[in-house]
Design a binder for this molecule. Sequence first.
Ligand SMILES: Cc1ncc(COP(=O)(O)O)c(C=O)c1O
Length: 423
Amino acid sequence: MNRREFARLLAVGGVVPFVTPEIARARAAAEKLPPTPVSPDETFWMSVRDQFVMPKELTILNAANLCPSSGPVLDTLYQTTRDMDQDPSQENRAKLGAGRENTRKLLAEFLRVTPEEIVITRNTSESNNLVSTGVDLKPGDEVLLTADNHPSNHTAWQEKAKRFGFTVRDILVPNPHPGAEYYVDAFTKAITPKTKLISITHLTSTVGDIFPAKEICRLARERGILTLVDGAQSFGLFDVDLSDMQPDFYSGSAHKWPCGPKENGVLYINKNAQSKIYASIFSAYPGRVGVSRTFEGFGQRDEPAMIAFGEALKLQTQIGRAHIERRSRELTTALIEGLRKVDGVKIWTSPEASRRAAVLSFQPGSLDVRKLSASLYKTDRIGCATRGGQDRPGIRFSPHFYNTHADVDKAIAAMKKYMATGV
Ligand SMILES: Cc1ncc(COP(=O)(O)O)c(C=O)c1O
């Protein structure tokens, strides 16, 4: 059946028009998703996989970079955009503002904080930079960072230090992960009366180290020091509870682990920190509650995408966030166990389950990682990320709840093949 025939069939059945048959199929699969069993089996996770439009033979192990959006997200994005473009009057668009506020409410529930503390941004990069530009730091003040951050949380602080005159100091990040206590101790020793802010990455994108965010936030709070936790790799993967972690600022992106639309993100600003940060952008159309009234006036937004972001959060909540975290960790452990048996592979990610989650990096002997990743994609239909340079170079696999054990087996078999025969 071609696309037009399929569209006609759905229209005859009185179903709302759709963008493509794949999205209609994925949306229908989402409606049929069974309640998550106490111990979800492979069949359950295959039905989760059905909600995505990726072709069956494609194995994407790159959640740390960008995740696919599910059928419900794509369908909402399309239907809401179509509605807006069919009637772009202000009267018709008025309802979109309520949809955006609903996403704020869902985000607050998701992170266990209040809507008054949520700013819907474009991505983690923007959220991190709103913090490093907005906090009032001056010569004599110091920011402490872990050495292994994304540029939006590292280069950004270094550049702003040049402009505002404060200093930046790194806490070294040994490999393999030395344990949570090492970092609590390192920060405790590094803090001086000059320290005004600590910024860490919750889960690193490089080798997947977990940092003890709650403990570091606590020791900072006890000393009146602000904290920024970069949650790009934890938001939508962990069952993050900010009411427990209590950072001053937390950032995340919709397009990563939450499987939401592109160019949507979150900045959490703790109510206790709202008087300690200036907004950087002033324009029309801010949010309606709390800090979003001053921090979210970014001018015209893609409100259909913001509404679709809410659908992504609903799907994760429906499946169960603890289940999602457990599943992603289980697949990572299976990958580590398989890769450990492949001669010549050096795994950078911690062998300790409590120090890692679902980001796994390894060096495939002396193989050229760019060539290897190209072959994995072209020949084996496996998508992954590469890391060049001298610092823990190699391949990164980051599986998520749409992956299966068949994907894991396929990736291990492919690595065995290339390590034995070269690329
Ligand atoms: C730890 C970390 N922070 C920030 C970012 C930036 O995310 P985005 O490109 O969505 O702004 C990334 C992206 O990979 C990341 O891994």
